[in-house]
Ligand binder design. Sequence first.
Ligand code: PDD
Length: 267
Amino acid sequence: AFCFAIDKVIPSHLASVHPMDIGLIRGYGIFDFFRTSHYQPLFLSDYLDRFIRSAAKTHLYLPYTKNELAQIIHDLIQRNDLEFGGIRMLLTGGVSDNHFTPTQGSLFIFCEDLDFPSPSKYEYGVKLLSIEHVRAIADIKTTNYAFPVWHSAIWKKEGAEDVLYHSNGIISESSRSNIFVIKNNKISTPDKHILHGITRKRVLELAPETEIKELSLKDVLDAEEVFMTSTTKKILPVTQIDDRKIGDGKIGPITGKLMEKFFEMEK
Ligand code: PDD
């Protein structure tokens, strides 16, 4: 496979990053991740906008324009024959004398195989474990996932798919997905302390009646339906949070319809 590294396309196994890059020693860097379908990068413009915004907000210099990045990506898809796959863009914080101040980082664009949740999870839903946590600089797609990586041993032991973050009982998102809640047939989703997901954006287009509002953990536990959204999970039903079943513990009708509509859209 081939990847783009710094300024050119090279065989992926030859890509390397300096061990003193603050992307590694401080977890300071940004990334983004999207998919291809039938060789087309899905919703590419949105992902590139977010990547460019993440770079600007972290004061990292991205040496390519949106059009240039798109060109590099289309070229990589052809070279790697990536009919259905994942593409990861990464910009590191760079190597610096004081091991702290960002400098010119390294840009990488990698093609990957995709690993979706198993079909049974889409049929029966998954469990989330609630935990008090606020992501740092939440609206930027930084490379810092130390907390959920560390915590994942606990949620796996509890048979949970992932976590549900809350702060003082106000929910935000899951470790790598956004959250939607349905109560009295009304869809709602939080807006604060989250990464604004591209899948979330698509769901808001499919269901423009969705209310964007503050939601408590109690709102979620009392909900009729809950689902999570992300590039790698698409729309995944949540049927249990902690020890509490959501609704009747089965996938609800509104979630089911949105899943159908979304699968139609990304074909
Ligand atoms: N995660 N919130 C966080 C913290 C995320 O990391 C992600 C994406 C999302 C959903 O965003 P989107 O719909 O654009 O994928 C929400 C990616 C998939 C990951 O880290 O693997």
